[in-house]
Write a protein that binds this ligand. Structure first.
Ligand SMILES: [Fe+2]
Length: 387
């Protein structure tokens, strides 16, 4: 009986710890709102998981983002961090799912119709679902053909990176002293994505992926580096093992929003097991390998920014001398907690803006349209230094 009580207490304790999540803004440490009066040297927008716009309409986030993008000049870039079309990527033309998928992509593309800066898309796991590499290629062609018609003072020729369903980590020179590394993290994590014809890809195995990743990072030497891919090395929401109590008690609501059937023991067990079984969650061995190899290379290079989506939250995390930005709240939002290295987290829809004052110093702003109006919708901001 004593063991049983102890077991229940331990379960409740873990539950309480993992359940400390909220939609509200959470902060640690001292931070104050800053007034940037300096001209931007280069500005980067980060938005992820933006493929869930409702049929026939835009969203508050996209409208706000477009207004900002319209003001930007040539010294700017936007990166769409994957899960660009929920839930299954781009269906073929004859499919009943095609009109919604096409609309969801168009809603994102339309925000850039007058944008002068660089425009990039990387894939997420949902872009691979159901149609695999063929669906991804369909999306790539649609993105590239639309963006070729938009203002292009930087003479950019490739917008959807990597190409043709490859994983290939790839460097882009954004400005003097600033590099961007783009890659498909789902390709590394998912065995299915790596099957089929890889001959067209520079990188054909996970080992080659890590080798290329490492050499590209170390090649950047004195340049500041932003690494952008879909899966975050650190996160403190669903994929990182921080579940709201609702997901443990009513686990089926994770599949169907309104299915409130109580299965607390099963919910707790399945949610914890999922973290190790699914390669989409941080405790899976492949995910851990991705994270450790990436961070190891970055530690050797110096302090950089690692930008990701996947988790429907906005988070700023500082660990291992690196800056981790989670910006996966383009069209969805979830509760989020604070964990090791967190300085900010919020479970509202929005995006991130990095305003470089020079190649080594930048102001990072978390923008939540509709909230924090008195602060120009900035929920959190911080000056950072890169090496
Ligand atoms: Fe995802």
């Amino acid at each position: 009986m004593k063991e049983f009580s102890l077991g229940i207490s331990a379960l409740l304790f873990t539950w309480l710890l993992s359940g400390c999540v909220s939609y509200k803004a959470q902060y640690t440490g001292d931070w104050k709102r800053l007034k940037s009066t300096e001209e931007s040297y280069f500005t980067i927008y980060l938005i992820g998981d933006a493929g869930n716009a409702p049929m026939d309409s835009s969203t508050k986030v996209f409208d706000h983002l477009k207004r900002e993008l319209d003001q930007e000049k040539v010294n700017s870039a936007i990166i769409w961090l994957g899960d660009n079309i929920y839930p299954v990527g781009l269906a073929p033309v004859q499919s009943i799912y095609r009109p919604l998928g096409e609309h969801r992509l168009s809603a994102q593309l339309n925000t850039m119709s007058d944008f002068q800066g660089y425009k990039f898309f990387v894939p997420g796991n949902h872009d691979w679902y159901t149609y695999g590499r063929i669906g991804l290629r369909r999306q790539e062609l649609l993105v590239d053909s639309f963006l070729r018609q938009t203002p292009n003072p930087n003479l950019q020729h490739n917008f959807f990176i990597p190409d043709k369903g490859c994983g290939d980590p790839q460097i882009v020179d954004l400005a003097k002293g600033i590099s961007l590394l783009l890659m498909d993290s789902h390709w590394f994590l998912n065995e299915q994505a790596r099957t089929g014809d890889q001959d067209i890809c520079t990188v054909q195995t996970p080992k080659q992926y890590i080798d290329k990743l490492r050499s590209e990072i170390l090649n950047q030497k004195d340049r500041s580096l932003i690494v952008a891919s879909h899966h975050p090395p650190y996160t403190y929401s669903h994929h990182g093992g921080k579940f709201p109590l609702k997901d443990d008690i009513f686990p089926l609501t994770q599949v169907v929003d309104w299915l409130y059937l109580p299965f607390p023991a099963a919910g707790y067990f399945v949610n914890r097991m999922r973290l190790r079984i699914s390669e989409q969650d941080v405790y899976h061995p492949l995910y851990k390998a991705y994270k450790s190899n990436l961070i190891e290379a970055l530690e050797e290079k110096g302090r950089s920014i690692i930008a990701s989506g996947h988790e429907h939250t906005l988070q700023f995390i500082e660990n291992q001398n690196q800056y981790f930005i989670v910006s996966g709240a383009g069209t969805k939002h979830n509760k989020v907690g604070m964990g090791k290295g967190s300085t900010f987290a919020i479970g509202e829809k929005g995006y991130v803006k990095i305003i470089f004052q020079n190649p080594k110093e930048a102001l990072v702003q978390f923008i939540v349209p509709g909230h924090f109006k008195e602060y120009n919708h900035v929920a959190y901001e911080k000056m950072i230094e890169l090496k």
